[in-house]
Write a protein that binds this ligand. Structure first.
Ligand code: FES
Length: 159
């Protein structure tokens, strides 16, 4: 959490520019229910539940991904990528699993929205960076063989 805070004039600020309440790492001192959430172009949901979590050699995969995002300068600005840990997606047989959400209400790429990645526990940091840069450049993940996807069943299955 420390890496998302800045120290200006002796006060701690969170990434939204709010002064942080004493004893907290990101809670704003002055609550404003109408303040918008921080912009993101792409959000990566990474499963860290029991099965996927065990498959990751990295004990804190979300922190590693945030570090990689910073290294490719996508932790803020127009093309910001956000990482969120999730519970089980019910897709454990493809572990570890991650889901790409594109912010199509603003500047997300509809073509990469809803992509499910499998075996992400096998990715090294460089591969993650290649993924993040491809997302920023709006390259279709479908066109990149190195990022294997979870197959989706056809809705006709339920008819
Ligand atoms: S534990 Fe990750 S999909 Fe089930």
């Amino acid at each position: 959490m420390k890496n998302i805070m800045e120290n200006k004039d002796g006060k701690l600020y969170n990434t939204m520019g709010s002064v942080v309440a004493e004893g907290f790492t990101c809670k704003p001192k002055h609550f404003d229910a109408n303040k918008p959430i921080m912009h993101l172009k792409t959000q990566l949901f990474v499963c860290t539940d029991e099965r996927c979590g065990k498959a990751h050699k990295d004990k804190d995969i979300a922190a590693t991904l945030r570090e990689a995002i910073k290294e490719v300068n996508l932790s803020k600005g127009e093309d910001r990528i956000k990482v969120v840990r999730t519970g089980c997606f019910g897709a454990c047989r493809f572990r570890s699993v991650a889901n790409i959400y594109e912010n199509t209400k603003i500047n997300g790429n509809p073509g990469n929205n809803g992509v499910w990645l499998k075996n992400v526990h096998r990715y090294d940091k460089d591969k993650w960076k290649r993924l993040f840069i491809a997302l920023k450049d709006n390259v279709s993940i479908d066109s990149l063989d190195e990022f294997e996807q979870v197959p989706m069943s056809d809705p006709s299955f339920y008819k």
